[in-house]
Design a protein around this ligand. Structure first.
Ligand SMILES: NC(=O)c1ccc[n+]([C@@H]2O[C@H](COP(=O)([O-])OP(=O)(O)OC[C@H]3O[C@@H](n4cnc5c(N)ncnc54)[C@H](O)[C@@H]3O)[C@@H](O)[C@H]2O)c1
Length: 253
């Protein structure tokens, strides 16, 4: 018996990295999983890596930052798998946006990339599945966030603003929906292995290692395991919370 047997889950941005690890854990816990990604081929390739444990797997390519695409994409998922019980909003790194920098140098014309994906994209998905979950009396919304949403991190200010914004929305909506059988929670990540790999063996990475008490980076499946627990019956009394998974890094200041 898996913890999520019979449940239907949608994981956004699950074509690779953190989202793929989450989709793997959720599928191994018995859920049917819709693997969303902006890139059709990435979502399709991810299906080959995921080992379902009783549930079904489908690719669900659509742009979460486009409301019409979200509505159509979620309708298609529900047609193929059934009503979504678990939404995991993971997509949060906008495509084609280069390195960030100090806010003082930022171009207001670029701010929307992070806001569109992390704030609007997440809200579009939540707003689309919420009425059905409430009507059925059960639902789980899990938001993948970042330590940057609750503490200052230089050079990622717009991303931080978007992550903090969606955290605020979750806390409020968790209260609004608290008597419907739904829970809404966030998992805030520290630096993960995929980002570390992208940085190579740079002085910056060495500095970051020095700030992580465990002296290592996070693995996608560690995030997935937490998502499975939050989605399970065992976490039914947990709502409106943010769980930090970061190897013991200090957050909140
Ligand atoms: N990797 C880290 O170190 C780290 C740290 C803190 C928080 N996070 C958070 O974890 C989440 C995943 O990050 P990651 O490093 O795995 O990202 P990633 O860029 O490696 O993968 C994200 C996936 O999302 C997809 N995507 C991008 N825009 C999309 C859109 N509009 N619609 C649908 N899919 C879209 C991409 O195609 C990609 O496959 C994000 O929310 C990020 O903010 C990551």
């Amino acid at each position: 018996m898996g913890q999520l047997d019979g449940k239907i889950a949608l994981v956004t941005g699950a074509g690779r990295s953190v989202g793929l690890g989450i989709a793997q854990e959720v599928a191994e816990a018995g859920a049917s999983v819709a693997v969303n990604d902006l890139h059709r081929e990435r979502a399709a390739a991810a299906l080959k890596e995921i080992k379902p444990a009783g549930g079904k797997l489908i690719a669900a390519p659509f742009d979460v930052a486009n409301l019409e695409a979200v509505r159509a994409g979620i309708a298609q998922v529900e047609k193929e798998l059934g009503p979504i019980d678990i939404l995991i909003n993971n997509a949060g790194i906008p495509e084609g946006i280069g390195a960030s920098g100090p806010f003082v140098d930022s171009d207001p014309a670029d701010w929307h990339f992070n806001i569109d994906l992390n704030l609007y994209g997440s809200m579009y998905c939540i707003r689309t599945v919420l009425p059905g979950m409430a009507a059925r009396g059960w639902g789980r919304i899990i938001q993948i966030s970042s330590g940057a949403g609750s503490r200052g991190v230089a050079n990622v200010s717009i991303y931080s603003a978007a992550k903090a914004g969606i955290a605020g929305l979750l806390r409020s909506v968790a209260i609004e929906m608290a008597r419907t059988g739904m829970t809404l929670n966030a998992i805030a990540l520290g630096l993960m292995a995929n980002t570390g790999e992208r940085m190579g063996d740079s002085p910056m990475l060495q500095r970051i290692f020095g700030t992580i008490p465990m002296g290592r980076l996070g693995q996608p499946r560690e995030i997935g395991a937490c998502a499975v627990w939050l989605a399970s019956e065992q976490a039914a009394y947990v709502t409106g919370q943010t769980i930090h998974i970061n190897g013991g890094s200090v957050h909140g200041r």
